[in-house]
Design a protein around this ligand. Structure first.
Ligand SMILES: [Zn+2]
Ligand SMILES: [Zn+2]
Length: 251
């Protein structure tokens, strides 16, 4: 209830602030209406991942290739998800927006960033997921970090994405312990850092009973894939057959 109240309070506060100070684009400061915080020019200017890219991790390949492509990194790795589909390439404005969403309490950016994330579903490999209504599952934060940050940016993306795509979503996973920040770690150390870090939440247990046909793990950034891997591993162990990952950006 407390969570609901604070959410309601925040939304009302935003509405009042929007009225007093009409919002402007987060990147180019052009004045905006319709509850948007990124103008369409800036949204469209963010560089997208385009084919050819790695079928597993979305890493773009410079040059021309006709055949299916798996990057050298992914050929040696085993993932518990079929593939990750990130939308944006790593660029300064994209990193800046994600940083704001994550650390600067810019929760108002979530709707616009979710709209961009939704482009992942134009990928034919995700058509089945839409048709069968697979569940969107945000990568969870440890409660102590969420308390500090006031919200989980992946959940905010997930909620807007669910609305945009008419898909169900569920806080099915929980982060059992606080981990040190992953930024300076390589993949192997990240995996070690995250080992047994995630488990099924009580909501997740109920969700599993509904026999879902698939799960789409949602996160802001896919870097080494360690987080996506650990979340997918929990989902595999509870018998979710179809598991994929969608992120806003490829780190
Ligand atoms: Zn703009
Ligand atoms: Zn790859």
């Amino acid at each position: 209830m407390k969570h609901l109240d604070s959410h309601f309070f925040r939304r009302t506060l935003h509405r009042v602030l929007d009225f007093v100070y009409p919002p402007e684009c987060e990147l180019c400061q052009v004045p905006l209406a319709n509850g948007m915080y990124l103008c369409s020019t800036c949204q469209n200017a963010l560089p997208r991942i385009q084919a050819p890219f790695c079928e597993r991790c979305g890493e773009m390949f410079e040059g021309n290739i006709e055949s299916n492509f798996i990057c050298p990194n992914c050929t040696t790795l085993k993932y518990d998800f079929a593939f990750c589909r990130p939308v944006l390439l790593s660029s300064e404005p994209a990193r800046d927006l994600i940083h704001k969403l994550k650390y600067a309490r810019s929760i108002h950016l979530a709707a616009d960033l979710a709209r961009i994330t939704a482009e992942a579903f134009d990928d034919p490999r995700l058509h089945q997921a839409r048709k069968e209504k697979w569940t969107l599952i945000p990568v969870p934060l440890h409660w102590s970090r969420e308390q500090k940050r006031f919200y989980n940016q992946s959940r905010e993306l997930t909620k807007h994405l669910a609305r945009e795509l008419s898909l169900p979503w569920c806080d099915a996973l929980v982060r059992r312990r606080a981990t040190m920040t992953q930024t300076a770690l390589n993949r192997q150390h990240r995996l070690k850092n995250l080992k047994d870090c995630f488990s099924l939440s009580s909501k997740g247990k109920k969700w599993r009973e509904s026999k879902p046909s698939g799960a789409i793990v949602i996160d802001d950034v896919f870097t080494t894939g360690a987080t996506a891997q650990e979340c997918s591993s929990v989902l595999r162990k509870i018998g979710i057959e179809n598991r994929v990952v969608v992120t806003l950006m490829r780190g």
